[in-house]
Design a binder for this molecule. Structure first.
Ligand code: F6P
Length: 472
């Protein structure tokens, strides 16, 4: 039976080396959590990196065996590849450029060469696995060259590509020395998916200005092939979050936190450590809230979860220091014996514990500077069984296109963000319920299963259309 081969840099399971043993854990990030519910269906397979540098062939074999039992096939990266491909080109060149932080981007030829080599490595791994009837679904910015590499080896293959981060304006893309190769790499796919129409428009504009290919109704003519481009806003596994929030563990954790916090109300913030997430700006806005509205002191706390990520990249390490410093200063300045303004956790939490925080919080702050989609916003919405609670959402997260019943803010406007927190805390219950129920209806309907079905349907359709044209 034909399968779908999902390919992404990171597998949904990551392996950590702790002293003398290996531990297997769920990976963080929207891609892994979002697609995690899908790949197990219908004998699908997921090809990717398990986040570990394997020491020898025996260890590689052991890890491979374990992962294969759960339908995953590992691609191992050497230490040099982790440095130059993952921390280098992927996260020091593409990530900052695509998130409009061009001032953080580096342009190193050695990083580019590692990026090409690792994309080729992924290509070999996929070709070993994929039969002619299988569909190959490539994900995200770490593998922009892979669609064209696969196409070269298998001209007839069905290849989809989805970008999980923003596609920026042409003015940012044109800065990249390897802009042409990157776009050509993506165009190897039959269908290219983006979270929003805005990202899709930027992509079409870059393709037209840099490669000279025009498009009509999301159809690019490259001369030899037709490539379809469309927007597919990614959803979450809605029921999984509903169930996690209703679980005994989540209810118990919430009760423990509630007892410790007594009557203090909770504003919640959950992110991977990343400068694109606006974490420092959010802390400043919280400080402004308690300066402008001293009545909230001892009444409201910010619970802030920052999940460690990419801490070998210089910008991430310095952001971590900035956050530590800000939290320390704000807490030292405003705390009282019975009240801590900011409860800061620098670690990841299992799903049920996250769910308990979603239950506990009256307000969620999802205020990135830029974010492809942001699934935390949708997870918060899904977890609110009583429909009380307010989502404050950045206008520069992809999710803002759908969740218009959130309080939408400009994350660089600290004053506006502080006012939104105040408005959320005083919002009447009927208004909370009206907004939350509208958002729940949307997030429930356009869940991750609907998203992948839509993408796969479009991909099959594009392939069928190509065959029809070829035989006419
Ligand atoms: O969703 C965007 C993304 O960059 C994924 O590609 C990635 O797996 C996730 O965030 C987490 O980042 P990383 O894999 O670098 O830990």
């Amino acid at each position: 039976m034909p399968r779908t081969i999902i390919v992404s840099n990171r597998l949904p399971t990551k392996i950590l080396r702790t002293e003398d043993r290996l531990t297997f854990q769920p990976s963080e990030g929207g891609l892994a959590t979002g697609l995690g519910s899908i790949y197990r269906q219908e004998g699908n397979v997921w090809v990717g990196w398990p986040g570990l540098f394997v020491e020898d062939a025996a260890e590689a074999e052991y890890v491979g065996e374990q992962l294969r039992q759960d339908s995953m096939v590992p691609v191992f990266l050497t230490e040099a590849e982790i440095r130059d491909f993952y921390e280098g080109f992927s996260n020091s060149t593409l990530w900052p450029t695509f998130h409009y932080f061009a001032q953080y981007a580096t342009y190193e030829q050695a990083h580019w060469e590692a990026y090409v080599a690792v994309n080729e490595k992924f290509c070999r791994a996929v070709l070993e696995l994929a039969g002619p009837e299988d569909t190959i679904w490539v994900h995200d910015y770490q593998l922009l060259l892979l669609p064209a590499l696969l196409r070269q080896a298998r001209p007839e293959a069905t290849i989809g590509f989805f970008l999980h981060i923003p596609f920026p304006s042409y003015e940012l893309i044109r800065v990249l020395p390897w802009r042409q190769q990157l776009l050509e790499g993506m165009l190897g796919a039959d269908l290219l998916g983006f979270h929003t129409f805005g990202y899709m428009r930027h992509f079409l504009s870059a393709v037209s200005q840099l490669l000279g290919f025009s498009s009509q109704n999301g159809q690019i003519e490259t001369g030899s092939r037709t490539v379809l481009v469309d927007a597919f806003p990614m959803g979450i596994d809605y029921e999984r979050y509903v169930q996690a929030a209703a679980s005994e563990t989540a209810i118990q954790h919430e009760a423990t936190y509630r007892e410790a916090l007594r009557a203090v109300r909770v504003i919640l913030s959950i992110d991977r450590l990343d400068y694109s997430k606006g974490i420092a700006q959010r802390l400043r806005a919280f400080e402004l809230l308690i300066q402008r509205y001293p009545e909230w002191r001892e009444q409201v706390s910010l619970i802030m979860v920052v999940v460690p990520s990419r801490d070998q990249v210089a910008q991430y390490a310095s952001l971590k220091e900035e956050i530590d410093e800000l939290v320390g200063r704000i807490n030292a300045q405003y705390r009282t014996i019975g009240w801590t303004p900011i409860h800061y956790f620098y670690r990841s939490f299992p799903l049920e514990e996250l769910a308990s925080l979603y239950r506990l919080a009256e307000v969620a702050l999802v205020t990135p500077m830029r974010d492809g989609m942001n699934l935390v916003a949708k997870e918060f919405v899904a977890s609110k069984a009583d429909q009380r609670g307010v989502l404050i959402l950045s206008e520069r997260a992809g999710a803002a296109r759908e969740l218009s019943d959130a309080l939408i803010i400009n994350p660089t406007d600290t004053g506006q963000l502080a006012e939104a927190m105040h408005d959320a805390l005083v919002m009447p219950e009927e208004e909370q319920v009206a907004r939350m129920s509208a958002m729940q209806a949307l997030v429930r309907q356009y869940n991750v299963f609907a998203w992948s079905k839509l993408f796969m349907g479009r991909l099959a359709y594009s392939k069928m259309k190509q065959h029809t044209l070829a035989t006419e």
